[in-house]
Design a protein around this ligand. Structure first.
Ligand SMILES: [Zn+2]
Length: 349
């Protein structure tokens, strides 16, 4: 800025450039132009407390508050690594608004390598929202995340992936809340994210007091949000982590938080319904399809034997569609999911 213009601005009495809104998440207080690290400290209650790490990255220009959360299931490693990488990759100088990043919600699951649940109380950490201050550890953590992350953001992205026992093809979910404006915003975010398979969730709870899922906790509070999954069966494929990192950056471009083009997915595959094949007995599972196979209802997708390899029964596709994930491990107990088939739907209007 030249000196003449500088005098003109001062003479006009213009306010200083607008800044992002002040924000604290747990022990982390945002500073414009900086990355700040802190934690959500879940106090001890009827079982032990825990600490969930959080990073808050704030730009120097105003913009939305985006929350990015992963590791509700602590062995869905690609998503956890993706959010950790995002913390490193985000440059506050290039950012408008604020990003809240929580890479690992379920610390005990990660440390002990226990899939699906928090081993402290045996509960899934994506089923007990909005949580309870006097519940078990999962419920207290969910209560704190609702208050500190959901209530303080404008948008939320919850990242998951195939768990230790899931051979999963990447996909996003688009939740239909019935609020047309909100649903258009979340749909545009999902399309900007970039995964081309999108499950339409039309049956999520509408009651914010019984929202169950994290994304749904944000959506029922009027914040356009979504869930995406990539990664499978333990080891992190760098390509899976990369699509999640790029996807979040694309959404940030779409929300004008980054100067970045984010065109919508050209030809999304919409999945209208998920039909599960479930184990009706214990045994060894032998899959005969890979993730992403296109199957016809009734075709063989695997077999179950006893521990002496005597055949018990074939597993048949419960519906025609895409294998969204198939069981990745031989271990099988009654009630386990063998495969999820996604039934292709027309593009929603
Ligand atoms: Zn998960």
């Amino acid at each position: 800025m030249g000196p003449i213009l500088g005098i003109a601005v001062a003479a006009a009495g213009l306010a200083p450039a607008p800044q992002p809104k002040p924000l604290s998440v747990g022990t982390a207080t945002a500073v414009p132009g900086r990355k700040v690290y802190g934690s959500l400290d879940v106090p001890a209650g009827i079982d032990p407390g825990t600490r969930i790490d959080v990073a808050v990255v704030q730009g120097t220009k105003p913009g939305p508050v985006l929350a990015v959360v992963s590791g509700a299931h602590g062995t869905e490693y690609a998503s956890i690594v993706a959010v950790a990488k995002l913390i490193q990759a985000l440059d506050p100088a290039a950012l408008s608004g604020t990003v809240i990043l929580v890479p690992l919600v379920n610390v005990a699951s990660f440390e002990q390598k226990v899939p699906h649940v928090n081993p402290v109380d045996g509960k899934s950490m994506n089923r007990f929202y909005p949580g309870k201050a006097d519940g078990t550890q999962t419920e207290r953590a969910s209560f704190l995340i609702t208050r500190e992350v959901v209530d303080k953001c404008d948008h939320l992205i919850d990242l998951h992936g195939g768990d230790l026992d899931e051979n999963l093809r990447p996909y996003s979910y688009w939740t239909v809340t019935g609020n047309q404006k909100q649903d258009e915003t979340s749909r545009a975010m999902v399309l900007a994210f970039g995964l081309d398979h999108i499950i339409i969730s039309a049956d999520r709870p509408k009651d914010p007091k019984a929202s169950r899922y994290l994304e749904n906790t944000a959506s029922t509070r009027g914040k356009p949000s979504f869930t995406a999954e990539a990664g499978r069966s333990g080891p992190v494929d760098p390509k899976d982590a990369a699509v999640l990192v790029t996807g979040v950056q694309n959404v940030m471009g779409h929300l004008k938080m980054l100067a970045r083009a984010a065109p919508p997915v050209a030809k999304p595959v919409w999945v209208g319904q998920i039909v599960s094949a479930t184990a009706d007995r214990d045994g060894i599972f032998h899959p005969s399809v890979d993730r992403d196979a296109h199957v016809v209802k009734g075709v063989k997708i695997g077999a179950v034997t006893d521990y002496l390899n005597r055949p018990l029964h074939d597993v048949l596709a419960p519906e025609s569609g895409i294998i969204m994930f198939v069981r990745a491990l031989p271990s099988l107990k009654k009630g386990d999911t063998l495969a999820n088939v996604g039934v292709i739907a027309k593009e929603p209007r």
